[in-house]
Structure formats: structure tokens, C-alpha cells
Design a protein around this ligand. Structure first.
Ligand code: AMP
Length: 281
């Protein structure tokens, strides 16, 4: 696996692949890789001539007081894992080159970034869409893949690609979970054993909501009340619900009655760690 750090080197390589008619797939990540990330790589591997994984802990998507400085990193382990799943190029740009002094251009998607995570993280998606646009210009992929774990991010990127006529096919990949249901996340390392046990409430509440809908329940209030009961079980001070909402999966507009496919989206603080999870009911 080749490692590229310089932006001009990446862009020249991408241009040369394009001239040779190669199909390029990009998997953007912030590193500290787990099986959720690797599932994305394995999924695109047979669908592309060249697979590029990027690792970039993107400062513009972190708000003040968020975990940019303490975000977990282990590049040598990541390199080994990426080599094992057959990634061709690992692109690790540097923040100073991605955002030099005088940087002042942002890509902003409006409506779908406002609810859910947009409320507690008002500048997050602007950072995501800006960096993903930059990565698309640098790697020139034909296909890019993102996890459904970050459902609002996937909806936002699809919207950006449509609105700006970007010539990149966007693929989504289902959420990868531990055997006990916890959605894999780089941030799970912040959890103590006790907190990890409490974190299982997220997937348990999604299961309970799914069961209710299967049994014919259609009222958003009833479903969300059950979800909140499970999440906030025994009025635990260590667990704080940021949001638990039902939304239309493409527009992210609020849903009161489950009539078609409906996104149940959760963000919950366990201690100071904010976890997200979701399911389309
Ligand atoms: P991150 O490094 O957290 O920015 O994630 C990089 C990519 O991996 C994003 O497209 C995420 O949605 C995806 N991803 C992270 N965790 C999971 C998971 N448990 N299942 C599926 N995709 C995931």
C-alpha cells in the first residue's frame, strides 16, 4: 500500500488513474480504524480498480470544546489494517496544507444539516461538506462510500453531490455492530466498562422501537416515549439524551406517524461521550 501525504502528489496520481480509465473508490475516515471502517473498504474493494482510504481528523468539523485534540489516533495500526484489506493508497493529508492561512471557502448544505446533530453541533456539517469536497477534488473518485451510522452526514453528502452536480457516485453501507448491538465507533474507547454497558441502551431502544412498529404501532409519540424510557432508565445521571427523533430518511423532515420508511435517530451522552445511532423503521 502506498502512502501519500502531499496534496499535489495525490492529485497528480488521481489524474493519471483517470487518464488510464481506472475506476477509483474513496473511503474517507478520521482513522483509529475498526471493523465498521474496514467493512466499507471490503465492500468497495471488488467494485473498483483502485481503493483510496483517507485519514484526516478534520479540524473544521469539530466545534469549540469538542474532542479534536484528544480524538484517538494510531496511524501505524491503521496502516497495517488497511494493507490487510487490500487498500491501494492511504491518503493522509496534513491540516496545515488542507487549511493554509487565508483559507476562507466553505461548502454549506442548508436544510438537512439543521435538525438532529445540527442543533448541538451547528458548524459540524459545514466542516464535513467542505472537507469531503476537497477530498473529491484531490482524489477524483468515481465512487465514495460512507456509513449509515452517520446517517445525517450521508443524507447531507448526497444532497451536496446532487446540488453541486459532483460526478461522484455516493454509496451507503449498513451500520456494523458488536455482537451485543453496540454500533462500532472510534469514540467507544472513551467509555468505561460501566458506561459501555449503559451505551447498549441505544441499540436496545432501537430494537424496542422496531418491535413496536412491527406490532402495528404508528404513533411517533408512543414510539419515542418507549425509546426515552429505555435510554433514561432509572434516571441515570450519566446518561443524557441529546435527541431521539423520527424523521423522513431523505429530507430529514419530522415524522409524527410512521407511514413509510422512517428514520429513528439518536444522540446520547454517556458521561461526556456523545454517541449516535439510528435505524430506518
Ligand atoms: P469516521 O472515521 O468516524 O469519520 O468514520 C468514517 C466512515 O466510516 C464514515 O462514513 C462513517 O459513517 C463510517 N463508519 C463509522 N462507524 C461505522 C459503523 N459502525 N458502521 C458502518 N460505518 C461506520
Amino acid at each position: 500500500m502506498r502512502i501519500i501525504e502531499k496534496l499535489d502528489e495525490m492529485q497528480q496520481q488521481a489524474e493519471s488513474w483517470r487518464r488510464q480509465g481506472k475506476h477509483v473508490a474513496l473511503v474517507p475516515t478520521m482513522g483509529y480504524l475498526h471493523q465498521g471502517h474496514l467493512a466499507l473498504m471490503k465492500f468497495v474493494r471488488p467494485r473498483a480498480d483502485l481503493v483510496v482510504a483517507s485519514i484526516f481528523v478534520n479540524p473544521t468539523q469539530f466545534g469549540p470544546g469538542e474532542d479534536l485534540d484528544k480524538y484517538p489516533r494510531d496511524t501505524s495500526r491503521d496502516v497495517k489494517l488497511l494493507g490487510d484489506v487490500g487498500v491501494d493508497v492511504l491518503f493522509i493529508p496534513h491540516a496545515e496544507e488542507m487549511y493554509p492561512d487565508q483559507f476562507q471557502t466553505y461548502v454549506e448544505v442548508k436544510k438537512v444539516t439543521q435538525p438532529l446533530c445540527g442543533i448541538s453541533r451547528p458548524t459540524h456539517f459545514r466542516g464535513v461538506t467542505t472537507v469531503v469536497s476537497k477530498l473529491f477534488h484531490l482524489v477524483k473518485p468515481h465512487t465514495a462510500i460512507f456509513g449509515e451510522k452517520d446517517f445525517q452526514q450521508l443524507v447531507t453528502i448526497r444532497r451536496m453531490v446532487k446540488d453541486l452536480n459532483m460526478d461522484v457516485e455516493i454509496m451507503g453501507h449498513p451500520i456494523v455492530r458488536e455482537d451485543d448491538g453496540l454500533a462500532l465507533s472510534s469514540r467507544n474507547v472513551y467509555l468505561t466498562t460501566e458506561q459501555r454497558r449503559k451505551a447498549l441502551r441505544l441499540s436496545q431502544s432501537l430494537d424496542a422501537a422496531e418491535d413496536l412498529v412491527k406490532k402495528g404501532e404508528r404513533s411517533g409519540n408512543v414510539i419515542l416515549q418507549r425509546v426515552r424510557e429505555i435510554l433514561a432508565e432509572d434516571q441515570d445521571e450519566d446518561v443524557r439524551i441529546d435527541y431521539a427523533e423520527l424523521r423522513q430518511p431523505e429530507t430529514l423532515e419530522q415524522v409524527d406517524h410512521v407511514e413509510g420508511p422512517t428514520l429513528l435517530a439518536l444522540a446520547v451522552f454517556i458521561g461526556s461521550t456523545r454517541l449516535i445511532d439510528n435505524r430506518v423503521l
